[in-house]
Write a protein that binds this ligand. Structure first.
Ligand SMILES: Nc1nc2c(c(=O)[nH]1)N(C=O)[C@@H](CNc1ccc(C(=O)N[C@@H](CCC(=O)O)C(=O)O)cc1)CN2
Ligand SMILES: Nc1ncnc2c1ncn2[C@@H]1O[C@H](COP(=O)(O)OP(=O)(O)OP(=O)(O)O)[C@@H](O)[C@H]1O
Length: 220
């Protein structure tokens, strides 16, 4: 037996493991998951703590910031979202976009832990409750968006997004044949220094808050 051979009974190295097909250090994964969980609940509380007037004022400001950003992009299909848990309610903008001839899509979770599909939405379209009770268009064949507006729970200096914890946008962006332009949107308090990016995290191309677009912070 050469010196390099493992002796029977030697301890196996468990420093790394697979998460969603990615190799990660176990201790790092545990610490990052714990950090993200606590940041999520802190940020949900902040969002819930807004008065309805504050929420309405900030949402109107966010739509005013987002509109010119969208007008500068050449696209037809855009995915937005049906608001849950105090997310900014962009439905007025969804209607505006439909009226200007864009195809507005909404994300649908067909099966847990699989990529989202996107169904067309228009004002008055028949909705049903999907997973987590989120209203989704009842029917319509799936289309691939050229622009994805992703609601932020948090976002870091390098535009890595903290979402609801399902990994759905990351999984979806990794699965699409051509990556759409991604715009994370939220209220100003979403800004974090780092979410400690993991191998599956896909950064947003742009971030727009009620206070205006963010710039990627170099050297952070
Ligand atoms: N308005 C809206 N629609 C959306 C999303 C979104 O973020 N906002 N999604 C964007 O992805 C998808 C739904 N994603 C979700 C992901 C997780 C949970 C959820 O309830 N998660 C568990 C915790 C999971 C964990 O920590 O492991 C929970 O909160 O109990 C809900 C929705 C599709 N539709
Ligand atoms: N491309 C992928 N393939 C497989 N698993 C993935 C992929 N992307 C993310 N995941 C898994 O999803 C889980 C949650 O990821 P994360 O904490 O980044 O969610 P999130 O971005 O906050 O959620 P969401 O996008 O649903 O709002 C992780 O355990 C991760 O391994």
């Amino acid at each position: 037996m050469s010196q390099d051979d493992d002796l029977p009974g030697d301890p196996v190295c468990y420093a790394d493991m697979l998460v969603g097909g990615f190799v990660v250090d176990q201790e790092t994964f545990r610490d990052v998951s714990r950090f993200r969980k606590s940041e999520r609940s802190r940020l949900y509380e902040k969002r819930k703590g807004l008065t309805s007037t504050e929420r309405a004022v900030k949402t109107a400001a966010l739509i005013d910031q987002l509109r010119p950003v969208l007008e500068a992009i050449d696209y037809q299909r855009i995915s937005l979202y049906w608001p849950i848990r105090g997310e900014p309610d962009l439905r007025p903008l969804m209607t505006e976009l439909c009226n200007s001839g864009r195809t507005v899509l909404l994300p649908v979770v067909l099966e847990k832990q699989t990529p989202l599909v996107f169904r067309p939405w228009q004002p008055g379209c028949k909705m049903v409750r999907g997973l987590w009770n989120i209203p989704v268009p009842e029917e319509g064949s799936s289309q691939v968006p050229e622009v994805v507006i992703a609601p932020l729970v948090g976002v870091d200096a390098h535009f890595y997004r903290l979402g609801n914890g399902g990994g759905y946008y990351d999984r979806t962006l990794a699965s699409l044949p051509a990556k759409p332009l991604t715009i994370g949107i939220g209220f100003a308090f979403c800004s974090l220094n780092s979410i400690f990016p993991m191998p599956w995290d896909v950064p947003m191309d742009k971030v727009v808050l009620d206070t205006g677009p963010l710039e990627v912070e170099q050297g952070k």
